[in-house]
Design a protein around this ligand. Structure first.
Ligand code: C2O
Length: 588
């Protein structure tokens, strides 16, 4: 049965933005408050500039090499964290800019726990705007209000106040991350890794060392300015193009390129900022946990001379599959085992941004983001002489690793669908301002203020604001979610609180009965790329009561409205005892 009726779009609305070779100039916009308050702090005081230029005190490379003393067999415990979020000027690639940081760190602190543990994070907000922290991939079964989705599961933590997230991780493990889920804040630095261990993990005995590699596209201009531009007629629907990319928060940048950037900053800049270096000891096997914590770019990850044996996707163990390159879109994670079996030397780690996914050219961008593997005994260097794999990196389109290659280790067939939901997503310029907004069916999401859809649902409300597309699922059943992408872009969609079965994908629109489906041990994960002008068919069991966002993880697209919410098990949600301190924040 179809609960939502498909809308037919005019062909004209499919053509979003033509390629523009000329560079764009920043129009003078009426900026929202956030942009203004953020921009005032662009002026650096000299002493702060000097510190940022000489060292990377804000970067903790040690946390990305997991400590072997962490006992994965420990009895369940509470993992306590105390975080303060504040604005700070740093220079991840040598060019200074104000960022929003947790405990002054970029990337932010690692959360590491075992299945069965409780994670308690006290978040103090020292920003000028409200914030919320989301634990990407955590099921939060029974604690939907700890999901950290601004306007959905909570009101933002007001400036100057604290809120303590408190949840358990009873039945999941693998590689996750956390990030701000308020406005565009995570793009400005509020990101970090989250790793859950379990003795039940499939491939524990197949590696010796455990390493995190966070990839992110990176912008020299604070996100409020970029988002204002994107949501103005001036952008014509083209996303801001990154100035650089980072690996674990570091990269080189040639400062002379700033003046050619789409948004030049003229900020203090020191060339030759260091890249991340990963030490390899010959003979050991490394588990590399890849996280795309960026906001727009799709990367293809590789290490010269080293095969990647993929063993995990988004917290789901996979049967090992060897590849040379892993495409990874925003919000996704993979683990791959790499053997340190090459000659002791330095090798490039490459995270190549897929330029086919961009509408513009940013002359300041080197899309080949790099880090280094350094073998013990080889000379220490910031460059390598190694060569990229010979086969071409890109098929031309922005696609996930072929779903048929990724077979979950714990075999599960997709259950038959009890209900089908059809979602059509598109970008349309139908507002008066002629701004291109992201629509799921006929709704472009705008976050609620002073309340959250979860709180409304908890009070028994069943009709929501017209800016909220809410799909109500009254009982636990298998939902088949058909998403048609009427856009020329690819869109990494993330479903909060669940893993989904990927049962079908292809070009064009989904045709029931004709488009092929695979229900035999299909890929399961939590973030899936919808291909250009294509369809994706997902299934999930809605056994988790709450209000769960399903949204494009490309930050500008989320800001343009590409989000729908699954309202799962309303009677259980009405019975939720939501902590008073959480609701209190709505009155701030
Ligand atoms: Cu990492 Cu709602 O997302």
């Amino acid at each position: 049965m179809t609960v939502l009726i498909r809308k037919v779009f005019l062909f004209g609305s499919l053509v979003v933005a033509a390629l523009q070779a000329t560079s764009i100039t920043l129009p003078s916009l009426h900026r929202p408050q956030e942009a203004t308050t953020f921009a005032t702090s662009l002026v650096l005081d000299a002493s702060e500039a000097a510190v940022a230029a000489s060292t990377q005190p804000w970067n903790n490379p040690g946390q990305f090499h997991l400590n072997k003393n962490f006992s994965i067999n420990a009895t369940p415990t509470i993992r306590n964290y105390d975080w303060t979020i504040s604005q700070k000027t740093i220079a991840p690639d040598g060019l200074e800019r104000p960022m929003l940081l947790v405990n002054g760190m970029f990337p932010g602190p690692l959360i590491e726990a075992n299945t069965g543990d409780r994670i308690v994070v006290k978040v103090t907000n020292n920003l000028v705007n409200g914030t919320a922290i989301h634990w990407h991939g955590m099921f939060q079964n029974g604690t939907n209000w700890m999901d950290g989705s601004g306007g959905v599961t909570q009101c933002l933590i007001p400036p100057g106040q604290s809120f303590t997230y408190n949840f358990t991780v009873p039945n999941q493990w693998g590689t996750y991350w956390w990030h701000a889920h308020a406005a565009s804040q995570y793009v400005d630095g509020i990101i970090g890794p989250l790793v859950i261990h379990s003795p039940d993990e499939a491939h524990l005995s197949h590696y010796d060392e455990d390493v995190i590699v966070m990839l992110s596209d990176y912008y020299h201009t604070p996100s409020p300015t970029l988002v204002s531009w994107y949501l103005s007629p001036a952008s014509d629907g083209s996303e801001p193009i990154p100035d650089n990319g980072l690996i674990n928060g570091l990269n080189y940048f040639n400062c002379t390129l700033d003046s050619q950037a789409l948004f030049p900053t003229h900020a203090p800049c020191r060339s030759n900022a260091p890249r991340s270096v990963f030490d390899f000891q010959p003979g050991l096997r490394y588990r590399i946990r890849l996280i795309n914590a960026g906001s727009f770019a799709d990367f293809q990850f590789s290490i010269d001379n080293h095969t990647l044996s993929v063993i995990e996707a988004d917290g789901v163990d996979m049967q090992p599959v060897d590849v040379h390159r892993i495409p990874i879109h925003v919000g996704q994670r993979y683990s791959a085992i790499v053997q340190a079996n090459q000659e002791a030397d330095n090798y490039w780690i490459r995270a190549q941004m897929n330029l086919n996914c961009f509408n513009e050219v940013n002359p300041a961008l080197d899309a080949s983001v790099k880090a280094l593997v350094h073998y013990t005994g080889a000379p220490v260097s910031q460059v390598a002489n190694s060569f990229d794999w010979a086969e071409k990196a890109w098929p031309g389109r922005c696609l996930d690793l072929d779903a048929s290659m990724l077979k979950p280790f714990v075999v599960r067939d997709a259950p038959p669908a009890d209900v089908q939901v059809i979602l059509d997503m598109s970008f349309q310029k139908i507002t008066k301002k002629r701004v291109s907004l992201g629509y799921v069916n006929e709704t472009a999401w705008v976050p609620l203020k002073k309340t959250a859809t979860l709180f409304q649902a908890n009070k028994g409300k069943t009709n929501f604001a017209t800016t909220q597309l809410i799909v109500t699922l009254n009982q636990t059943q298998t939902v088949e979610l058909v998403v048609n992408n009427y856009d020329e872009g690819s869109h990494p969609f993330h479903l909060h609180g669940h893993q989904v079965y990927v049962v079908g994908e292809g070009r064009g629109r989904y045709i029931p009965g004709e488009s092929p489906l695979n229900t035999v041990n299909p890929l399961r994960r939590d973030t899936i790329t919808l291909q250009t002008f294509g369809y994706t068919v997902l299934r999930f069991v809605n056994d988790n009561p709450g209000m769960w966002p399903f949204h494009c993880h490309i930050n500008p697209h989320l800001n343009a409205g590409l989000m729908v919410q699954f309202f799962s098990l309303p009677s259980a949600v009405r019975a939720f005892k939501i902590p008073a301190e959480l609701k209190k924040m709505c009155n701030a």
